[in-house]
Design a protein around this ligand. Structure first.
Ligand code: AGP
Length: 611
């Protein structure tokens, strides 16, 4: 939920730290700070966006001399956003930045109080910093101090530490939180995520939990707590710095929505074999593998879970495979009934969502095979699952997930086709047809709905002053409504609720009054008449209905509405692809019209690495 960055090299550290923090601000942005190591350790930190820190830095002198430092951008867990709670935390001997959550911070605090420490913040992070300081005072050895302290810490962390006496050195260690280390000719970096380093390198190390990285300019060594050295191989990203920049778009979210046609096409072509059938580029993931399973359990959080709802629809319809979808944070606490014939699929854009990672570990502990569908290469979920399928969508920076959802749906669609082949519910001919139309019609239909941007903006203007709003649909359209509702809530701050249209009359319709906006999704022909009844019911009570409907249904039925968005012609089974983009753009324009910070909505962060 936070972003950490560190630099040691032959250049002034501050500009590189600030550039890295700017690239990481999507990970949390309620405060920011830096620690610079020159003749002494200097910590400058401020509540608010990075711009507030930059203003404070302008009032400082002689910062440019520092060639080693660490930085942090925060999403508050313990302690309100305030200067005193911003990172880095430390003493005159050391400074520390932290992403994650120290669960036993209170116990550590009691230990430190007994050692005579007093605290200047309400954060869990300060406990980690002072605990390292305590052990450093005992041993005078940074590595021993860090290992002794992390032995006592419970929770999750990615830590960056600099010591006043250890010139040009940065120390970093992680547990259940992302941490990468990069080395160039004359410099070394730590960061939470690769976008912060793309301006300098595409190659990086990703140390495992408990491995300490010791960086010096142009060099990094890794060791275990017993001092034994660890050699790591580097990983490399295939996109460049522009992929993680706005590039002239008003917002990352708008850019990433417009990247969906290419991302969809890339995903399908990546996972299609020369025979036109799904090929998951992993010899283990063959027909025998898939034939083993009699049930699929899809787990994820937020938008990823909503993509799972689309996946269930496709898996059950194409492969007749019993499929359940569950919020990852609920899954393991209900003592789920699992069988060795289950396949657990974990959906995650970041691959660092703590709830999803915890659900993955639970399933593995129960001996259930886990398949991860993840966008960030080498992320924790990807590394710990039994198998991983990467979604080649490129970096997703906006907090509101868009293209990741669509490519997850595309990959689930290909899995459903493949399961159907294995289970005999889909013939090879039909499978090829389905894959071909997925690769062609899905991107084309998304381009067509993107071309309706002005129309969608017009509809958004009709909704922007709403306080409460409903999304209604049936079947797969109800699944789409869950995602449309989340998008609107998280970036426009308008309360909305996705509701199964058939369920409204069982109570919730009491909330409909004159002018209540209702977005009605209609892409499934067999449910059209039922949906028309639901629309009539809410309009009879004064609702303002924005109808989002496939062209084919609109031609065939007289459907009452107040505003209408026609979805482009597409095979019904592919309707979720243009359908969700209409909903994403609708939410985007409502938030933009309200003048809100679309890419960094209040209270949120891109990757929720705490439970
Ligand atoms: C999506 O718009 C939200 N920002 C959020 O619900 C997100 O989908 C969720 O936190 C899961 O993230 P993940 O895909 O990185 O695991």
């Amino acid at each position: 939920m936070c972003g950490i960055i560190g630099y040691t090299g032959n250049r002034s550290a501050l500009p590189l730290l600030l550039g890295g923090l700017a690239a990481l601000e999507y990970r949390g942005y309620d405060s920011a700070g830096v620690a610079l190591q020159s003749d002494q350790l200097r910590i400058i930190k401020r509540r608010g966006r990075l711009a507030e820190l930059c203003k404070a830095l302008e009032c400082e002198e002689n910062l440019e001399a520092a060639r080693c430092g660490i930085g942090h951008t925060r999403w508050a867990t313990h302690g309100e956003p305030a200067d005193r709670n911003a990172h880095p935390h430390g003493t005159e001997r050391l400074a520390l930045v932290h992403n994650g959550i120290i669960e036993n911070y209170s116990e550590i605090g009691d230990f430190l109080k007994r050692k005579g420490y007093r605290f200047s913040s309400e954060t869990d992070t300060e406990m980690a910093a002072l605990l390292i300081d305590w052990f450093y005072l005992q041993s005078g050895d940074p590595k021993k101090a860090i290992f002794a302290a992390t032995d006592m810490l419970r929770g999750s962390y990615a830590l960056g530490v600099v010591f006043a006496a250890e010139k040009e050195r940065i120390y970093a260690i992680r547990r259940d939180n992302p941490l990468i280390v990069a080395v160039t000719e004359a410099a070394s970096f730590i960061a939470s995520d690769i976008p912060a380093l793309l301006a300098y390198t595409k190659e990086y190390y990703r140390p495992d939990d408990g491995i300490l990285a010791v960086l010096s300019p142009g060099n990094a060594v890794f060791c275990r707590s017993d001092g034994s050295p660890v050699s790591l191989s580097t990983e490399r990203v295939d996109f460049d710095v522009t992929a993680a920049q706005k590039g002239g778009w008003a917002h990352f979210m708008l850019k990433e929505i417009h990247e969906e046609p290419v991302a969809l096409g890339r995903t399908v072509s990546h996972y299609l074999g020369v025979d036109g059938l799904p090929d998951f580029k992993n010899p283990l993931l063959d027909r025998n593998f898939f034939a083993r399973f009699e049930r699929v359990q899809i787990l994820g959080c937020g938008t990823a879970m909503h993509a799972g709802l689309i996946g269930r629809h496709i898996l059950e319809n194409l492969a007749r495979l019993p499929t359940s979808v569950e919020i990852a944070s609920e899954f393991r606490y209900r003592d789920p009934l699992l069988s060795k014939k289950d396949l657990v699929i974990l959906l995650s854009q970041s691959g660092e969502t703590a709830d999803t990672l915890a659900a993955l570990r639970y399933a593995k502990k129960e001996g259930i095979y886990t398949l991860a569908i993840v966008n960030v290469v080498g992320s924790s979920v990807a590394r710990e699952a039994d198998a991983v399928l990467y979604t080649p969508a490129g970096p997703e920076i906006a907090v509101a997930s868009t293209k990741a959802y669509s490519v997850q749906c595309a990959l689930l669609y290909l899995l459903a086709v493949y399961f159907g082949l294995c289970r005999g519910t889909v013939t090879p001919f039909l499978a090829k047809e389905l894959c071909r139309s997925l690769g062609k019609q899905a991107p084309e239909s998304v381009r067509a709905i993107l071309a309706q941007n002005d129309r969608i903006c017009h509809c958004a203007a009709r909704l922007q002053s709403a306080e409460h709003l409903f999304y209604i649909g049936r079947g797969v359209d109800y699944a789409l409504c869950t995602e449309g509702s989340l998008k609107l809530k998280e970036i426009s701050y308008i309360h909305s609720e996705a509701y199964a249209a058939g369920e409204l009359k069982h109570g919730t319709i009491s909330l409909i009054e004159k002018g209540t906006p209702v977005v009605a999704m209609m892409t499934e022909k067999k449910l059209a008449e039922k949906m028309i009844s639901a629309i009539r019911e809410v309009r009879a009570r004064g609702a303002f209905v924005l109808l989002i409907v496939s062209a084919e249904i609109a031609e065939q039925y007289q459907i009452p509405y107040d505003e209408r968005l026609l979805l482009p012609p597409v095979q019904e089974v592919l309707a979720p692809f243009p359908g969700v983009v209409a909903l994403q753009l609708l939410a985007y324009h409502v938030a933009a019209l309200k003048g809100l910070d679309v890419d960094k909505p209040r209270n949120l962060a891109k990757s929720v690495t705490v439970e």
